[in-house]
Design a protein around this ligand. Structure first.
Ligand SMILES: [Zn+2]
Length: 269
């Protein structure tokens, strides 16, 4: 029954997101699957965390549009999220809901779920709000080097603060809504830190091994492949070809989870 309710709610939200052009059709299908599992096997508390991520990240993507014009082409995908992006951001969280369903007495499911969402939310907030930093960002691998806004692996003070805030926005309900009410303030700090660390790891991958391409027509570096926004095929210039933005997002969530679970074990979870 709860799975059916979850399916209907997820379908309605995915449909609205599709109509609002936040998700394309494959993204809407993927979001329906993720939402069904999260509400159906978790419950409303789990759905609140997922929706906090979904609503704030799609809202921020749309906000400050005029200040972000010209940056979109740097990112591999536009504002309409596809299935790859939905699973890159929410796949790990979905897995932890299933772990919870198998071992409901353990906190691992909830902590992993919250930490993965905190990390991808931190990363999205940093990307969307970081462009508002008044000066050019710096490379995470070489803080003396200033680069163009929107460059993969670029960090700024404003973006890092946004990342911390994006992580805390998930960590707070994660502690307040824990189904068994067993998480204290230490867990708020742990999840927030784990989310921030995941987002910094995302930047590190972007600066080093993420697949990067070059558009010969615009003479610009881009994540877009096989075609650039201008329609010209892009050329691989560095990074592992398989490591696209979706896998980097997945790695962002995974690093947050590993840190949060390690901390949880130290706290005697
Ligand atoms: Zn181009």
């Amino acid at each position: 029954m709860q799975i059916l309710t979850g399916f209907i709610l997820a379908l309605v939200i995915a449909y609205l997101a599709y109509r609002a052009r936040t998700l394309n059709w494959s993204g809407a299908l993927a979001a329906t699957l993720v939402g069904t599992v999260v509400f159906g096997f978790g419950g409303w508390q789990w759905a609140v965390l997922l929706l906090t991520f979904f609503i704030t990240s799609s809202g921020l993507s749309r906000a400050f549009r005029n200040r972000k014009q010209g940056l979109d082409e740097k990112f591999s995908k536009g504002h309409e999220r596809d299935a790859g992006q939905v699973f890159g951001n929410g796949g790990l969280a979905t897995l932890f809901v299933l772990i919870h369903a198998l071992v409901p007495e353990s906190t691992i499911g909830w902590l992993g779920f919250a930490a993965s969402l905190a990390a991808v939310n931190a990363d999205t907030w940093a990307t969307e709000l970081g462009v508002l930093n008044p000066t050019a960002p710096r490379m995470i691998t070489d803080l003396k080097k200033r680069v163009e806004k929107g460059t993969s692996g670029a960090v700024s003070l404003f973006g890092t603060f946004a990342s911390l805030l994006g992580s805390a926005v998930i960590a707070l309900p994660a502690v307040l809504l824990h189904p068994a009410g067993m998480l204290d303030g230490n867990y708020f700090l742990l999840i927030t830190t784990a989310g921030l660390a995941g987002s910094l790891f995302d930047s590190l991958l972007g600066a080093t091994v993420q697949a990067m391409y070059y558009c010969p027509a615009d003479q610009k570096e881009t994540e877009k492949h096989p075609l650039h926004t201008c329609g010209i095929p892009t050329v691989h210039i560095r990074g592992w070809r398989w490591l696209d933005n979706d896998w980097v997002n997945f790695a962002c969530g995974l690093s947050g989870v590993l840190l949060a679970l390690s901390g949880g074990f130290l706290f005697g979870m």
